[in-house]
Design a binder for this molecule. Sequence first.
Ligand code: ADP
Length: 646
Amino acid sequence: MKFLQYTSIRQKIIGIILIVTIISLLGGFSFEIYSYILTLRKDLVNSISLNAKLISDYAVPTILFDDETEAGIILEKLKNIPSVLHGDIVNEKGKVFAEYFNKEFPDTSGFHQSENLLSNNKIIFISEPILSENDIIGKVNLVASTDIISEKSADHIRFIIIIFTLTSLFAIFLAFMLERIISKPILELSKTTRKIQSSGDFSVRVNKTAYDEIGLLYDSFNDLLKSIEERKVERDVAEAALINERESLEVRVKERTIELSTAKEKAEESDKLKSAFLANMSHEIRTPLNAILGFSNLFIEPGTTEEERHEYIRLMDVSGSDLIKLIDDILDISRIEANQVKVSLSECDVNEIAREVFDTFRQNLRDEASESSATPVLRIPDQNTDIVMLTDRLRLKQILLNILNNAIKFTPSGSIEFGYFLVEANKYITFYIKDSGIGIPFVKLETIFERFSKVADIKTKHYRGTGLGLSIALKLTQMLGGNIKVESEERKGSIFYVSFPYLRLNRLLPEVKQPLTEETKLSLEGRVVLITEDVDWNFHYLEILLGSVAGAKILWAKNGIEAVSICRDHPEIDLILMDLQMPEMNGYDATKLIKEFRPELPVIAQSAYAMNDEQELSISVGCSAFIAKPFTKKQLFDTISEVLSI
Ligand code: ADP
């Protein structure tokens, strides 16, 4: 049966139809032939029996009258029945009275001995009694051949074979025609399967044409395709996501690798910078300290002239400023990096800020007796137009001054131009600081904004500085939403552009008082000033400035508690200089308490911490101004003049 595994479904269907048809036909026809033969035999027996009966009736007188001749004539009639082979009439004594032999079969001797014939299938033996008035007077025996049955059966079988052959041929034809009904949809299914297999397209469907089991199979097949298609779509989506993920992972890995190597380079660079910074810092700290110590020794040297002393004091002052700048820069950068710097935005008049920055810058030049002979120039595009921007005034000034101070530092001669312009239909305001100084090598243009980076060649000339200024300036600018760009050419000069998004405000600002000039003198004649200060020499410094120089009457509180009680006892006090960090009670709490009973009394906070939030906090508790230690006489006097409006 193994060959069936390799037989096609068509062949199987045709084979089954043919086998069933042929078996049915063979069965039917066999039965038919068998019945036909039985019928023929029955008919022959009946016919012979009838003839035997007739002969027995006619034979009665011949026996009664013992007429053998007549009996022979009667029997002779049997020649009309070809099947009869032999016939005889015997009397009651068993003697053969008359006998008939078929000439076609010469050897019929012994046929009258009926017992020999009974077992022979090819022979029919009929014995009919001859009755006369119900007495048996003899019997008629007839022997017939069944050959006629065989002949007729053979004819019939031939006919049946022809019918069988024709029916079989028709069955084959029908099998070929009908097998398609079953095989076609199955072959269609397998064709579709192969098509899907080769194309991989699961959107193909088979068309259901019947509602039988094949129809159900089609439905199941279509459902299967649908679910495979859905799975395929899901798989494709997942695959696409996976590919995407892999690609993005590769990109991320590349990016990370680049980032890491950049970070590594940066870390190495920063490490180098830090080491350089420490070496530099040591140098930077020792240089001014050396000058301060050295000149203070020289100052008390006997024989030092008044003029020399003035010069020593100036040099000590410059060195002190350098130290403060260094400390301020370090504090600033660490606060920025610790995200502790807050910007407080307010509406600022740009022209006014530009003028203020420029004035301060020029003043610093004068104060510090700069080595540069460069001429600073201020360019304000339109003096009469009110340009108002939202920014942190102090921070903006710090940024611009930082860059201006660099400009003068790196410009031995020539010019320094400071100004601003509006760009892109007033979307941005850009301050610029242009110098004709030593310039910056192209490759260093980006690194100068990194912490502790210094470009200027230390071997050729030493420039003062920590390498933090531009880093601070850039970070503050970014905090204010802006950016710094630089263009530079070595030995020709540099231009720094500091840009901020600009929002034009249609509001005029109240006029701001012009800053005091160097020549401004302060007179506090007849006024009482309370100095709250826990450090003796700080108090003495203030006492000299405000008492001896400005002519005020001075009271001294060494902590917050004393300050509050002195204020209660001396209602004539006009001004308090409040140190914020003091033992027992700090300046903030003391100010709060004093403000409860002297709300109008001006308080100037002073602190060595110089942080933006200290300033904000002191203003929030009621101080009128804040001044960071150490401060110059001018800074102090300017602040007092502003607070007392004198
Ligand atoms: P520094 O305290 O050294 O001035 P900065 O961060 O302000 O630190 O500047 C970093 C470096 O950038 C400087 O050391 C200098 O080499 C270079 N630089 C800054 N401004 C100028 C300029 N206007 N001209 C030439 N070089 C400059």
